[in-house]
Design a protein around this ligand. Structure first.
Ligand SMILES: C[S@@+](CC[C@H](N)C(=O)[O-])C[C@H]1O[C@@H](n2cnc3c(N)ncnc32)[C@H](O)[C@@H]1O
Length: 188
């Protein structure tokens, strides 16, 4: 039999842990969700422009960049092509930087950034999805992109593509970079 009040330190510890997790939820955007699956390596501006041109991005488009880094792809989608941009990024520091870059470029009203794991992102609102990811990430994403994207949506990828079961409609080279384009076609 334990004396009355013996549980107090444990209850206090549980309460502090609870408070800590609540604080963590409040500070959600400041804490890393987990380690990113790829490092932050930027796509050069001339390659970003070529990607958006290849995908025929225009004012009616909603361009998602899965793993958006400093936001350069959604931002250029808005500044040069009049589209709306959505950036998804696991690293909260990069999302802060992307938002600051969007503000500097004067497109905060057309571009949004989310601290989120790209593997759980709902891409149904996208008309264009931009990618610069590692091959194993591309493979893991293929199914949800093919399932969720609407007829006519385009996927544009810097460097990597999918193998024989989803070949690109076009591949082009810009300097040292390769760009691939896929257009989603629904038969039903
Ligand atoms: C190669 S960089 C590309 C950055 C930008 N799209 C560009 O082309 O300049 C890949 C980015 O994906 C992010 N990333 C990696 N794994 C992720 C995940 N599971 N969810 C969201 N972002 C992720 C990294 O933090 C990094 O910023």
């Amino acid at each position: 039999m334990r004396p009355k009040g013996a549980d107090l330190p444990r209850r206090r510890a549980v309460a502090s842990l609870g408070a800590l997790s609540l604080a963590a939820c409040g500070a959600f955007e400041r804490l890393p969700i987990r380690a990113p699956d790829a490092p932050f390596v930027t796509t050069k501006d001339e390659t970003v422009e070529a990607m958006l041109r290849l995908a025929h991005v225009g004012p009616a488009d909603v361009v998602y960049d899965l793993g958006c880094g400093d936001g350069r792809i959604p931002i250029m989608s808005a500044t040069r092509f009049g589209a709306r941009g959505v950036g998804i990024e696991l690293d909260a520091g990069l999302v802060r930087e992307a938002r600051a870059n969007a503000a500097k470029a004067g497109v905060s009203d057309r571009v949004t950034f989310h601290v989120e794991d790209l593997f759980v992102t709902d891409v149904r609102p996208a008309t264009v999805v931009a990618l610069f990811l590692l091959p194993e990430m591309m493979e893991k994403l293929k199914h949800s992109l093919r399932q969720q994207l609407r007829d006519g949506a385009r996927v544009v990828s810097h460097e990597f593509g999918w193998g024989g079961d989803w070949p690109p409609d076009r591949t082009t080279v810009v300097g040292a970079a390769r760009i691939h384009l896929w257009q989603v076609r629904r038969t039903t």
